[in-house]
Design a protein around this ligand. Structure first.
Ligand code: ISL
Ligand code: CA
Length: 557
């Protein structure tokens, strides 16, 4: 397997709106990020992934871009951005930008032109169709509720929007669109960015004819007609040839609905496409038949099966990205751990998993503090368009408000978007003004200042894990072998590289449990590398009494 810097890196994801406000307007900004770089350097992360900071009317918090070559006023200036890049590079850190090119904002000049008339020079930059029998051109549902089509007054035609109606989909069939995208990517690369995270990049190629989706809803999920579409690999190979291959950068594609087999087409080292993809199988583990809002309990055996499949199938072929939460997902400690009594223990246990699998770990801001989900009193306190649209749709369909709020509490995207908790002062040190989204009321106990002070904090544990990775190649490149696959409470595996072998044992639950090492795993001596509980002198790796959410990493000799 080829060795490269991005395999050996740890990425930290910043959601700029919620990271640090520098001027009291309640909105995080780039100068705010710069003021916190010492903190990130202390944590030890190598790469910062910045969620969109481009000009945007913020219908979907920057994922609706109206100018790809300008910084959103609220976030600062291009000068601020250049200073950020310089400051990061000065610290030996790298910066990757979010590339959102499945769609633009409807306020982007291309769309403003496009909607004017059927013969406008930009008409074909987007996907326009006539209605059918006075209805939408097909029955596809938008990811954000309702139809994926909107009728536009000027011409009476409909445009496609897989996300909000202010996020029209670009027409990648049009060569000019692809050229524009490659040019804007080159523009940022020439400015010195170190790569891209590509938003829903596997949705850019749609099946010709845009056929109706199956299902008996008014609108139905049409994924089979736009996920991993017919020309996706051709487009990505072209992008790679025209742009990516000319720079020493890293790329990670966000790819909902991709299996490990499909993933190897995106990230296969001989394919000339991307370096990594974000898989969604794990994120879908608690989704019921009706989708993500229909929360169903997850099982550890499924969790292990999914992670293991990705570990094994990509080994030696491509590279995994590792994440347990991000700006679209609930907080990992609330979802897969315990955000009450064992918050710290379970945050560290999950961190141990994240940092000891094969792949590049992605930490989402606040995860290193063990930040948790939030329960606001009512829908008025929420800001996320997906959440608000779903709330309206479900209430109209007759669901009980209480049940809808329960779904939001466990799955809503604002769980991850509450401001960073820096200290115990009002609004957690995030802003001196009124935050755009309320802070989680637990900021007085859970905050960075407190975590830095406490040698036993989740933060310092992350710091140690990141350090450990730099010292042991086996953590980065080693082969993964699962143990006790059918165990319902313990996740255990080994990692092997040449002579070096690690044993990782994780108790996923609050009940104590005994771990029995399979005989096949033989060793003469061992060294404990890290764990979230002290290692008792009498402990024996062959038979370990695991405490609630205990995690231990041993080097076997
Ligand atoms: O958030 C989700 C979970 O329900 C997904 O459906 C999500 O919308 C999907 O993963 C795509 O996400 C990305 O593109 C969206 C944007 O809203 C998300 O923030 C972004 O990560 C549209 O640009
Ligand atoms: Ca601000």
């Amino acid at each position: 397997m080829k060795k490269t810097w991005w395999k050996e890196s740890v990425v930290y994801q910043i959601y700029p709106r919620s990271f640090q406000d520098s001027n009291g307007d309640g909105v995080g900004d780039i100068p705010g990020i710069i003021s916190r770089l010492d903190y990130l350097e202390q944590l030890g992360v190598d790469v910062i992934w910045l969620c969109p900071v481009y000009e945007s009317p913020n219908d979907d918090n920057g994922y609706d871009i109206s100018n790809y070559q300008a910084i959103m006023n609220e976030f600062g200036t291009i000068g601020d951005w250049e200073r950020l890049l310089q400051e990061l590079h000065g610290r030996g850190m790298k910066l990757i930008m979010d590339l959102v090119v499945n769609h633009t904002s409807d306020e982007h000049p291309w769309f403003v032109e496009s909607r004017k008339s059927k013969d406008n020079a930009y008409r074909d930059y987007y996907i326009w169709r006539d209605g059918k029998d006075g209805k939408e051109p097909n029955n596809w549902a938008s990811f954000f509720s309702g139809s994926a089509w909107k009728r536009d007054e000027a011409t009476g035609q409909y445009f496609l929007h897989l996300f909000s109606s202010k996020q029209p989909d670009l027409n990648w069939e049009n060569e000019k669109v692809r050229r524009e995208v490659y040019d804007l990517m080159t523009w940022w690369l020439e400015k010195g960015v170190d790569g891209f995270r590509m938003d829903v990049i596997n949705l850019i190629s749609k099946v010709e004819g845009l056929p109706d989706a199956e299902g008996d809803g008014k609108y139905n999920f049409g994924g089979e007609f736009f996920m991993n579409g017919p020309r996706i690999h051709e487009f990505l190979q072209e992008m790679n040839r025209e742009v990516l291959s000319k720079y020493d950068i890293m790329t990670v594609g966000e790819t909902p609905g991709v299996s490990p087999g499909e993933a190897s087409l995106y990230v296969g080292e001989d394919r000339g496409e991307l370096n990594m993809v974000f898989q969604f199988e794990l994120m879908d583990i608690d989704a019921g038949p009706g989708g993500k809002w229909n929360v169903t309990p997850w099982k550890l055996v499924d969790f292990k099966r999914i992670m293991g499949k990705w570990q094994v199938e990509l080994d030696g072929k491509g590279w995994n990205s590792l994440y347990l939460n991000n700006h679209d997902q609930p907080r990992m400690v609330s979802r897969f751990g315990d955000d009450g009594e064992y918050r710290k223990e379970s945050a560290k246990m999950l961190a141990t998993l994240l940092h000891t699998l094969q792949g590049t770990p992605y930490i989402y801001q606040g995860e290193e503090l063990g930040m948790t989900n939030v329960k606001f009193a009512g829908i008025d306190e929420y800001r996320d368009i997906e959440t608000i649209n779903m709330y309206k749709e479900y209430l109209e369909a007759g669901r009980a408000e209480k049940d809808v709020m329960a779904s939001i509490y466990s799955k809503g995207r604002d769980n991850a978007r509450t401001p960073m908790q820096w200290d115990a002062s009002l609004h957690g040190g995030f802003t001196t003004g009124t935050p755009w989204l309320k802070i989680n009321p637990n900021y007085k106990e859970i905050n960075a200042e407190e975590a830095l002070r406490d040698p036993d904090s989740v933060f310092h544990y992350y710091r140690q894990l990141i350090e450990l990775r730099k010292r042991h190649e086996v953590i980065v490149y080693g082969r993964y072998d699962v143990l006790l696959e059918e165990d319902e409470r313990i996740y255990a595996y080994t990692r092997t590289l040449g002579e070096e072998r690690l044993l990782i044992v994780l108790n996923f639950f609050a009940d104590p449990v005994t771990f029995e090492l399979p005989e096949a795993v033989a060793f003469d001596s061992y060294e404990r590398l890290i764990g979230n509980y002290a290692w008792p002198e009498e402990a024996d790796p062959r038979r370990l009494q695991l405490r609630p959410f205990e995690a231990q990493v041993l080097k076997l000799n």
